[in-house]
Design a binder for this molecule. Structure first.
Ligand code: UD1
Ligand code: CA
Length: 454
């Protein structure tokens, strides 16, 4: 089986009008990852040797997402939406190059498992020319029905073309199909559009294969796996299914989720051992949390790495490019972006740390802000190890605070501070003895005057 080559063709040219969105359907996301990325991930894991993505005219963003996820994928534009077989034939150049197995998958069916794609391929290896994925939906309306003669799959009938007795069949077409490379083009090119919708139906491949004395088989899976996304409601249902699975996998791997239903994960979230996640935490794409770290309630993490034993939140926001070293602490109302907070360093309250390095065991006081943006460009701040930044300081980047340096509270730091130095970047405090008492005295004098007029 390993030796067989495989071309996967991903159909993603649908308009997705029912999503009522300017965003192409396959770019909507589930568990922090686009529908297309889920499908391409499954395809890649099924050991394909080449892949093609069929996109609608002008859908540059879809092609860009395919390129980002699977750079080897080739994109083909389907100029007019004339049906699933027509869409597959848009990749004729790739088909003509030849492959032992051809897999056709839908860009809007994100839960298909690599193991299922492998099962379809095994059917081809065993001699079938066409292998289709069957399932028994709770409501079969709208699906093509699998028609058997005895044990033999003889046709797929689209609902619009089905007779009443065919409509009564519960086993439906999940859409995903595998075709033997040797006969795929010959079959696809014989598909016509003489049906209710005047579309070129990929499903006709079954009947045509039989006419050519080739075998067709069905492989049955659970409904969840072929769940297609057409509406925002279906997207939300699929998100719920994905979140349930991800939470279960995290719990099974030993992560403590205090209130699982309130924690949102991404498909690529990674946890070490003995991690604790408190209620109401959101993990966006690309987050890794190492052993023994605690993510306190109401925190939001995207593109962040949390080191061993580190503590985040409550109410912390870690944005892309955040790296917390072992035992680092980021507390309430602290935002971190493109910044490394080295081992044992702390920013416990009310800070923005962006485009910065905070050295090991440094202490960033409450209210400290790295002023990284001058309105035109971003600049970097470095804070040396063991440095102490007093509360409510503004570090105007580019600026470098040396190791073990001390910045007085309320400073506006605009030039570098050498290691071990004290910097006080604020106006000197003025004290005027008796000033306030005199002010009050004058006011009470004023009142007396007013009274004396009566
Ligand atoms: C299709 C199957 C049906 C099956 C169902 C499962 C056909 C003829 N019918 O029906 O048997 O039960 O899926 O969900 O194949 N697409 C293109 N270009 C086109 C047409 C479609 O790229 O010209 C893409 C769509 O974006 C979608 C996929 O192909 O991802 C399926 O097309 P869709 O129109 O949703 O097919 P169904 O009518 O649902
Ligand atoms: Ca569909």
């Amino acid at each position: 089986m390993e030796a067989r080559t495989c071309l996967a063709i991903v159909l993603a040219a649908g308009e997705g009008r029912r999503m009522r969105s300017a965003l192409p359907k396959v770019l909507h996301s589930i568990a922090g990852r686009s529908l297309l990325a889920h499908v391409l991930g499954a395809v890649a894991d099924a050991g394909v040797t080449a892949s093609a993505v069929i996109v609608g005219p002008g859908e540059k963003a879809v092609a860009a997402e395919a390129e980002r996820i699977l750079p080897s994928a080739e994109c083909f534009v389907q100029r007019e939406r004339k049906g699933t077989a027509h869409a597959v034939l848009c990749a004729k150049a790739a088909l003509a190059r030849g492959a032992d197995d051809i897999l056709v998958v839908y860009g809007d069916t994100p839960f298909v498992r690599p193991a299922t794609l492998a099962r379809l391929r095994r059917s081809l290896a065993a001699g079938a020319a066409v292998a289709v994925l069957g399932f028994r939906p709770s409501d079969p309306a709208g699906y093509g029905r699998l028609i058997f003669s005895g044990d033999e799959l003889v046709a797929i009938r689209e609902e619009a073309d089905a007779s009443a007795s065919e409509r009564a069949i519960g086993l439906c077409n999940g859409g995903i199909m595998a075709l033997a490379g040797a006969s795929a083009l010959a079959i696809l090119e014989r598909i016509g559009n003489h049906n209710r919708k005047s579309e070129f139906y990929l499903t006709d491949a079954v009947e045509i294969a039989r006419c050519m004395k080739l075998g067709a088989v069905a492989v049955e899976v659970e409904e969840d796996e072929v769940r297609g996304i057409n509406t925002k409601s279906e997207l939300a249902q699929a998100e719920a299914v994905a979140q349930e699975r991800l939470r279960k996998a995290a719990l099974d791997a030993g992560v403590t989720l205090v209130a699982p239903a309130t924690v949102f994960l991404s498909a690529d979230t990674k946890f070490g051992k003995d991690v604790v996640v408190e209620p109401y935490v959101v993990f966006g794409e690309n987050v890794t949390v190492e052993d023994g770290a605690v993510i306190h309630a109401f925190s939001h993490l995207v593109g962040a790495h949390v080191g061993k034993g580190a503590s985040v939140g409550p109410f912390a926001r870690l944005r892309r490019g955040t790296r917390l070293g072992d035992g680092a602490r980021v507390g309430n109302f602290v935002e971190v972006k493109e910044a490394v907070i080295e081992a044992g360093a702390k920013a416990n309250h009310l800070s923005y740390i962006g485009d910065a390095v905070v050295g090991a065991n440094a202490n960033v006081g409450a209210g400290t802000i790295t002023c990284n943006f001058d309105g035109a460009a971003k600049h970097r701040t470095t804070i040396g190890k063991d440095a102490f930044i007093g509360s409510n300081s503004a570090l105007v980047a580019p600026v470098d605070i040396g190791a073990s340096a001390y910045v007085g509270s309320g400073s506006v730091i605009t030039t570098d501070v050498p290691a071990g130095a004290l910097a006080l970047g604020r106006g000197r405090q003025v004290v005027k003895e008796g000033w306030a008492s005199r002010l009050r005295g004058l006011k009470s004098l004023g009142k007396k005057k007013a009274h004396s007029r009566d």
